[in-house]
Write a protein that binds this ligand. Structure first.
Ligand SMILES: *Cc1c(COP(=O)(O)O)cnc(C)c1O
Length: 456
């Protein structure tokens, strides 16, 4: 058998990449105030800013879109998608939404109230923000292995069951439900084991609490279980996903991830308990419950996308691309969060810029350097994203300085990854010339999206 694991698709429709010179990139980055979020996408060669809604759809999905039923109520496309989702999740209620955060907002408004708290392995930003907006505390309880970036462990997204139990005992009456995020996006896309999901669900059940899963990347999580958890090596990925859902009472999903579409999301629920409130909020904010903020054609694309997202050949190639880039980085002496996750590689900027003062934002500086060197756009996950400027003008910093490279689905081929690995190694070779930045303008919240910087 040849050893090369090929992309299990061929290309039918192409989108040109605009090649730029270093001088052009210097100009574009200066115009963007040294903030890659402010670049025009056209000026980027390899766009690894996010895997959310950025993937390529298949010929089957484009074909299905022509079959979209745009009826306001009771569209055929709704029933088609509902049967696919009921088959995978085993849950009777399915409510489409325009994206994941809308699903969160609706479900949390229906099921939580101020003063409560929700445990999770790690809440994603929008999940945390939607809970906090309602006055609910979002408690992150990832297991200790998940907090050590260099440690190799198969399931660094697992939740710490002892801490969950202690919380249920001390504050049980304040907990409306438990959550778990698969894969753990905020922690590098690390998977959660089936054993952990099963035990967590049983623990919650013992205390009379439902389990809600954040399932944006459930296909990638199921494939990790197949590859890493004894007893699952011969099970089809779909059956593994079905078992994961069997332990849950409900789920929220951003279809922009493993749904393989550019827009969409949904809620599923097993019981009727919250459904009246969910339906009311859906109509108030998203639309009639059989379209929920999406066009009929979007529902069709998602019905096909969910099946394609569970394809094992695709998933094996998908997880391998991240692992492959990790191997290339390791060979170049560049540190990253280990093992590589499902959808992204997180470079440890400290291994490229060990001496840059944290006040010059080393991960932001590396992010800019990767753009200048080879037109690669990643995202800083460090002290610009998580640090704060205090009223006295001093700053708080984040303990880690990471650059996340997140991979759109079915979009880049192995030669793009080879090119990126060369650009990153080359950037490290010129590390002494990489300049830090200072922030000259910033908003109060989420400053990384819009802040303006200058070279130090
Ligand atoms: C993307 C994401 C969300 C939010 O979904 P949107 O479609 O961006 O609104 C929620 N949770 C996780 C884990 C995510 O990755």
């Amino acid at each position: 058998m040849p050893r090369t694991l090929i992309e299990p698709f061929r290309i039918k429709s192409v989108e040109p990449i605009r090649l730029t010179t270093r001088a052009e990139r210097e100009e574009a980055l200066a115009a963007a105030r040294l903030n890659v979020f402010r670049l025009r996408a056209e000026d980027v060669l390899i766009d690894w800013l996010t895997d959310s809604g950025t993937g390529a759809m298949s010929a089957r999905q484009w074909g299905a879109m022509m079959e979209g039923d745009e009826s306001y109520a009771g569209a055929r496309s709704f029933y088609r998608l509902q049967s696919v989702i009921q088959d995978i999740t085993g849950m009777q209620h399915f409510v489409p939404t325009h994206q994941g955060r809308a699903a969160e907002k609706i479900l949390f408004t229906a099921a939580c109230k101020a003063g409560e708290l929700v445990p999770n392995n790690n809440h994603f930003d929008t999940t945390r923000a939607n809970l906090e907006y309602l006055g609910v505390e979002a408690v992150d309880l990832v297991a200790a292995e998940g907090l050590q970036p260099a440690l190799i462990h198969p399931f660094k997204g697992n939740i710490d069951l002892d801490r969950v139990q202690a919380l249920l005992e001390s504050d049980g009456e304040r907990i409306p439900f438990g959550m778990i995020t698969v894969t753990d996006n905020s922690n590098g896309g690390q998977p959660v084991s089936m054993a952990n999901i099963r035990a967590y669900a049983a623990l919650l059940k013992k205390h009379g609490k439902p389990l809600i899963m954040d399932v944006c990347r459930f296909c990638e999580n199921a494939m990790f279980i197949k590859m890493r958890e004894p007893g699952y090596e011969n099970k089809p990925v779909k059956a593994i996903a079905q078992e994961m859902f069997s332990y849950a009472d409900g789920a929220t999903m951003s279809a922009k991830k493993d749904g393989m579409v550019n827009i969409g999301g949904f809620i599923v629920l097993r019981s009727d308990e919250w459904m009246d409130a969910v339906r009311n909020l859906e109509i108030l904010g998203e639309g009639f419950p059989t379209y929920g903020g999406l066009a009929g054609r979007d529902l069709e694309a998602l019905a096909v996308g969910l099946e394609e997202g569970l394809d094992e050949h695709y998933l094996r190639y998908r997880l391998r691309t991240a692992e492959y880039l990790g191997e290339r980085l390791e060979a170049a002496g560049i540190g990253f969060v280990r093992p590589t996750g499902g959808h992204a590689v997180y470079i440890d900027a400290r291994t490229v810029l060990p001496d840059m003062p944290v006040a010059h934002y080393p991960a932001w500086a590396l992010c800019n350097a990767l753009y200048l060197e080879g037109g690669i756009r990643g995202v800083e996950v460090g002290s610009v994203m998580f640090g704060k400027r205090l009223p006295d003008g001093t700053e708080t910093f984040h303990p880690m300085e990471l650059v996340r490279l997140a991979f759109p689905r079915r979009m880049y081929t192995q030669s793009h990854f080879d090119y990126a690995a060369e650009v990153i190694a080359e950037t490290k070779a010129h590390a002494s010339t990489i300049r830090g930045v200072r922030i000259v303008r910033q908003p109060k919240l989420l400053r990384h999206f819009t802040c303006e910087c200058e070279w130090v």
